[in-house]
Write a protein that binds this ligand. Structure first.
Ligand SMILES: NC(=O)c1ccc[n+]([C@@H]2O[C@H](COP(=O)([O-])OP(=O)(O)OC[C@H]3O[C@@H](n4cnc5c(N)ncnc54)[C@H](O)[C@@H]3O)[C@@H](O)[C@H]2O)c1
Length: 357
């Protein structure tokens, strides 16, 4: 069996999951970790028996035996320079979303990976959930007939909204809806998005973090199919889970209606009251097993590198999701629909709207 050596850059919540998944994979020879928080670095290095641990990610990239790196650092301004440095060092890359902050940066990374012949994929983990995979298959095998409309409504808790918005002023479209935009565009391929209309509500988070509370986004595909994605991040702290999600895919021959809200398990204790466990978007380890998509997504990337297989999420698809969320931010700011593709000037204005929204 061929082994690969793997690095993780940024070993926080997601990076910790990636590192643990790599450490337990039979495909991985040695694991290397880079993290600027010394206590966290020591903790993850110990739990994964990492071969090396450093606070300087460039030291990790200089290790020639490393074949692939997973970049899970925050804030999101780190994504482009780290991915560029990793690709330039000849490493295959799994980068958490978003692929970059600007379309030019995304294009540069896509081009770099292509020229170097390296795998480059983005962490759109929701594609690795069984429910989302069922939606994709039900459209592909004709169960639902021709697609007519598709919707994802997702609300996450204020605790997560606060965590995200305190590190970067990116909108709910850029940081949250992006997962569901990617998922629905993937489901509806080869149709392409041609128009975006979005509205944002600014009541609670604006004074605190300078971002909207929620955004509702309507995307028109060139096939005529209408996609709706709602993304909010102000569910009260008392809400008993991380993420509440409703999915609808309607076609000419059927409909798939799915509750992905994780309300099917109720845990109630004297100490913590009532919670709905296993509801985080990346998922979590449970002893010998894992509930959620991120472990499988990580293994898929490791398999793609070790066995030279294609990655499920291509960077071109990630760029397309980015263009749609940028258009949503611009539309919400202008209060008008925005046509795709964005031209250069619109892309720049969209970025400004995204960061302010
Ligand atoms: N796919 C999903 O379901 C999902 C869920 C949550 C977050 N994300 C994405 O994953 C990324 C990570 O999110 P998170 O919640 O794990 O963040 P986090 O803040 O918990 O972890 C990020 C880590 O990066 C470290 N870091 C910062 N600069 C660094 C540097 N120069 N070198 C090395 N380490 C550095 C930080 O110290 C921190 O430990 C985000 O970009 C986010 O968009 C994806």
């Amino acid at each position: 069996m061929s082994h690969i050596d793997v690095g993780v850059i940024g070993a926080g919540w997601c990076g910790g999951i990636r590192a643990a998944a790599a450490a337990s994979s039979a495909l991985v020879g040695s694991l290397h970790v880079a993290e600027i928080d010394h206590a966290r670095l020591a903790q993850v290095a110990e739990s994964t028996a990492a071969a090396t641990a450093t606070s300087d990610y460039r030291e990790l990239l200089a290790i020639t035996s490393i074949d692939a790196v997973m970049i899970s650092a925050t804030p999101e301004t780190t994504h482009y320079p780290m991915a560029r440095d990793a690709l330039e060092a000849g490493k295959h890359v799994l980068l958490e979303k978003p692929i970059a902050l600007t379309l030019e940066e995304a294009d540069e990374l896509i081009d770099l990976a292509k020229r170097r012949g390296l795998k480059f994929t983005i962490g759109y983990s929701q594609r690795f959930n069984a429910k989302q995979a069922l939606a994709k298959r039900s459209l592909e095998d004709g169960t639902l007939g021709e697609p007519v409309s598709a919707l994802v409504s997702r609300h996450i808790t204020r605790r997560l909204g606060d965590k995200i918005s305190s590190r970067i002023k990116l909108s709910p479209a850029a940081m949250e809806a992006t997962h569901d935009i990617d998922f629905l565009l993937w489901c509806l391929e080869p149709a392409r998005p041609v128009r975006v209309y979005a509205q944002a509500v600014e009541r609670l988070m604006k004074p605190k973090h300078g971002v909207a509370d929620c955004m509702w986004i309507v995307i028109t595909m060139d096939s005529g199919v209408v996609v709706t994605v709602g993304a909010g991040w102000i569910l009260p702290p008392a809400y008993p889970n991380f993420s509440s999600t409703w999915i609808e895919v309607v076609g000419t021959e059927g409909a798939l209606l799915m509750d992905a809200s994780h309300r099917d398990i109720v845990l109630t204790t004297m100490r913590d009251g009532t919670v709905f466990p296993l509801s985080t978007m990346p998922g979590e380890a449970l002893g010998h097993t894992y509930a959620g998509p991120m472990e499988r997504e990580t293994t898929h990337f490791l398999e793609a590198v070790a066995h030279d297989r294609p990655v499920l999420v291509t960077p071109v698809q990630a760029r397309r999701a980015m263009e749609v969320y940028l258009a949503a931010d611009l539309s919400a700011e202008r209060n008008q629909p925005v046509s795709l593709p964005l031209d250069q000037e619109e892309a720049e204005r969209a970025l400004a709207a995204s960061v302010r929204a």
